[in-house]
Write a protein that binds this ligand. Structure first.
Ligand code: AMP
Ligand code: MG
Length: 406
């Protein structure tokens, strides 16, 4: 049986990136930039005022207070072309407006006394160049300002827009078919009768796909017979990636692998040395990845986290495909049935001072969904560790939204 690390490695070896598209800036957030961005122009484009105030000649203000004649006004968006600050004069200027000829400093309005419309009294010391944002001070034309491989965040969007770029090249979001299998499943909205289970996996996995930045396509439910599996799996294989849940163990109704093979999907592995999630299967068809995840809602989400999400990010070009991993100190003893598999425990995470602390989020049986809801991280416990003592350090994969500080 493959180890947890081997499985993660083999999956990534079988992943190729999607094509490249131009996308608008808002849709680019969280995606990987494909090309270097070279500044098309200087930023700022011209010297401009960093404050609302008065453009002056610093030498005129060597003694304060000093009265200057106000000879002009430049609002934001105004032009300075025909305006010059002559000796003994000042021009009223707003933040962002171009610095007029002759001026070499801006005095903030708070440091002046506007005695009348024609005169202003400078109240504070003035240093040459103060409160001016100089041309190309931030970015010089021709300079590489964002490197290929950067994950675009709002600051990158701001830079791109400021440089006049309205679209950006990124990898296409893969379309991911999500299919559940099982005769017991009903869709959400109905109250389950005897023996019926709500198909929560489809929605949870589709949400996980969306969260990873890809596009979920819900295929529905394949019933536990060959025909239904054939029809639904065939439909699922039209997407860029297919994820199935359940029907992948060794039960006599577990048909997913049988039919995938029939449809030409080459199985790369089946069964991984992890707990939960052992029956996970991974295959490819014409380079298209196919993940068959276990049916238990907890197992399907954990295997998505550990195997599918990194694959999706890699398809979209990401190099860093794993969740942030750090070391956390166990708060309590954890009885973990000794196993030759890696245990993926659902845990809570807190930070106290410099240290992260992990505590079990509840009973670890895979049927128990609440412990998944209450967890912010997965602790990765190597094989052979039966009993973990409080105070031990464990590796954790953080997938929560925040860490409580206590
Ligand atoms: P199986 O792998 O088909 O034996 O399913 C394992 C367990 O997961 C069973 O208890 C199923 O009822 C449950 N299960 C399977 N598919 C889903 C699903 N789509 N949503 C919620 N639970 C499921
Ligand atoms: Mg089943």
């Amino acid at each position: 049986m493959l180890s947890y690390d081997q499985a993660r490695k083999i999956i990534l070896e079988n992943i190729t990136t999607t094509g490249i598209e131009q996308t608008d800036l808002v849709d680019s957030v969280g995606r990987l930039l494909v090309e270097d961005v070279v500044a098309s122009w200087d930023m700022p484009l011209w010297d401009n005022s960093a404050m609302d105030g008065y453009a002056v000649r610093a030498v005129d203000c060597s003694k304060i207070p000093r009265n200057l004649n106000v000879t002009g006004y430049i609002p934001a968006g105004g032009k300075a072309d025909d305006i010059e600050v002559k000796a003994g004069c000042a021009v009223k200027i707003m933040t962002g407006a171009p610095i007029p000829a002759g001026a070499d400093a801006v005095v903030p309005v708070e440091e002046t006394d506007e005695t009348s419309g024609e005169q202003v009294s400078i109240q504070a010391r003035v240093v040459e160049r103060q409160h001016i944002r100089f041309k190309a001070e931030d970015v010089r034309a021709g300079q590489t300002v964002i490197h290929a491989g950067t994950i675009i965040r709002p600051p990158e969007v701001s830079m791109l827009a400021s440089l006049g770029r309205s679209t950006v090249p990124v990898f296409v979001r893969p379309v991911v078919a999500v299919l559940s299998t099982g005769d017991e499943l009903i869709e959400v909205g109905r109250t389950p009768g005897a023996g019926e289970i709500i198909n929560s996996n489809t929605l949870a996995l589709a949400a996980a796909v969306r969260e990873a930045g890809a596009i979920p396509r819900i295929i529905g439910i394949a019933r536990d017979n060959l025909e239904s599996h054939r029809e639904k799996l065939l439909e699922g294989l039209k997407a860029d990636m297919l994820i199935t849940s359940a029907g992948v163990s060794a039960g006599d109704r577990d048909l997913v692998r049988v039919v995938l093979e029939e449809l030409g999907v080459k199985q790369i592995f089946w069964k991984v040395g992890i707990k939960p999630g052992k029956p996970t299967a991974f295959g490819v068809k014409d380079g298209k990845p196919v993940f068959s995840l276990p049916g238990n809602p907890v197992s399907s989400l954990i295997t998505f986290e550990e195997f599918v999400r990194p694959a999706l990010l890699r398809m979209m070009g990401h190099q860093h495909v794993f969740r942030p991993t750090f070391s956390a100190i166990l708060r309590d003893n954890i009885k973990n049935r000794e196993s030759d598999r890696t245990s993926l425990l659902r845990i809570r995470l807190e930070r106290e001072g410099e240290f992260y602390y992990a505590s079990s989020s509840g009973k670890q049986q895979t049927g128990l969904l609440k412990t998944m809801v209450n967890s912010a991280a997965i602790a990765v416990i190597p094989p052979g560790r039966g009993y973990l003592a409080a105070g031990e350090e464990v590796d954790v994969h953080f997938f929560g939204s925040y860490i409580d500080l206590i």
